[in-house]
Write a protein that binds this ligand. Structure first.
Ligand SMILES: Nc1ncnc2c1ncn2[C@@H]1O[C@H](COP(=O)(O)OP(=O)(O)OP(=O)(O)O)[C@@H](O)[C@H]1O
Ligand SMILES: Nc1ccn([C@@H]2O[C@H](COP(=O)(O)O)[C@@H](O)[C@H]2O)c(=O)n1
Ligand SMILES: [Mg+2]
Length: 231
C-alpha cells in the first residue's frame, strides 16, 4: 500500500515540484509532452496518473477495463466510489444519491477524499481515474489535496445520440440511466467538463479518441498511447 511507504500526498508533492517548480527546465519538460505520441516514463517511486474523461456513456469504463488488462493499471472510477459510498450507508450517502439522480456533481472534497483513500490502499502505482475531474472545481481540489497533476488525460469523444443510446441500453440498474437524468448529465458535461478538457489540451496532455466504433476498434486507438509502458 502507498500508505506503508509514505503518504500519497508526499509522493505527489514530489512529482508536482519536479513538474512545476523548476523554472526554465519545467517548460522543456512540458514541451516534450505536447506530442500526442509521447507520454512520461512512469517510475515505481511515484504514481502514474491517467484521468479518463468523456460524456455519459462514451465508453470510459469499458475502455478502462481493456487498459487494465493490457497495461496493468488500477481502475479507480469516481462514480463507482460514490455508488459504493451510498451502498455503505455512510453519512454522505443520501446527499450523494440525490446528486447522482439529478445528474449533478458531488462536492469535490467528498470525491477527492474517496479517490485518495482508494489510491492509498493500493499497491499499484499506475492509476486510471475514470470520470474525474468533471469540473474545474474537481480538478483544483485534486491538485490541492493530492498535490499532483495527471501524466496522461484520455478524452473519449462521442456524439450525444450515441451516448444516449448506449446509456439507455446499459441495463445495470443505475438510478441515472433514464432519459431525464441523461439530458441533465449531458448539460452538466457541456457546461463543466469542457473547461477541464480545454485545460489539459492546452497543457499538451490530452489524448482525444474518437469513441465511435466497436469496443475493440476504439481500444486499438488507445493502445498506442500506452505502448511505451510495460505491464
Ligand atoms: N464502443 C461501444 N459500442 C457500443 N456499446 C458500447 C461501446 N462501449 C461501451 N458500450 C456500452 O455502452 C454502455 C456505456 O459504456 P460505459 O459504461 O463504459 O460508459 P461510461 O463512459 O463509463 O459511462 P458513464 O459515464 O455513464 O459511467 C455500456 O452498456 C457498454 O457496454
Ligand atoms: N467526479 C465525479 C464523478 C461522478 N459524479 C457523480 O456520479 C455520477 C455517475 O458518474 P459516472 O462516472 O459513473 O458516470 C455522475 O453523473 C455524478 O452525479 C460526480 O459527482 N463527480
Ligand atoms: Mg462509467
Amino acid at each position: 500500500m502507498w500508505r506503508r511507504v509514505a503518504s500519497v500526498s508526499h509522493l505527489f508533492s514530489h512529482s508536482k515540484s519536479t513538474k512545476f517548480n523548476q523554472g526554465a527546465s519545467t517548460f522543456k519538460i512540458w514541451e516534450t509532452f505536447t506530442s500526442e505520441s509521447e507520454i512520461p516514463t512512469p517510475s515505481k517511486g511515484s504514481p502514474f496518473i491517467t484521468f479518463v474523461l468523456g460524456g455519459p456513456g462514451s465508453g470510459k469504463g469499458t475502455q478502462c477495463a481493456k487498459i487494465v488488462e493490457a497495461f496493468g493499471f488500477t481502475h479507480v472510477s469516481a462514480g463507482d466510489l460514490l455508488r459504493r459510498e451510498i451502498a455503505s450507508g455512510s453519512a454522505y450517502g443520501s446527499v450523494i444519491l440525490s446528486t447522482i439522480r439529478e445528474g449533478k456533481i458531488v462536492p469535490s472534497q467528498v470525491t477527492v477524499e474517496l479517490i485518495q483513500k482508494e489510491m492509498e490502499s493500493n499497491d499499484n502505482y499506475k492509476f486510471l481515474i475514470d470520470g474525474f475531474p468533471r469540473s474545474e472545481e474537481n480538478r483544483k481540489a485534486f491538485e490541492q489535496t493530492i498535490g499532483a497533476e495527471p501524466d496522461v488525460v484520455l478524452f473519449f469523444d462521442c456524439p450525444e445520440q450515441e451516448m444516449v443510446k448506449r446509456v439507455l441500453n446499459r441495463n445495470q440498474g443505475r438510478v441515472d440511466d433514464n432519459i431525464d437524468t441523461i439530458k441533465k448529465r449531458l448539460e452538466i458535461f457541456d457546461e463543466l467538463n469542457w473547461p477541464v478538457i480545454n485545460y489539459y489540451s492546452q497543457r499538451g496532455k490530452l489524448h482525444k479518441i474518437n469513441a465511435v466504433g466497436t469496443v475493440d476498434e476504439i481500444f486499438e486507438k488507445v493502445r498506442p498511447i500506452f505502448a511505451p509502458l510495460s505491464k
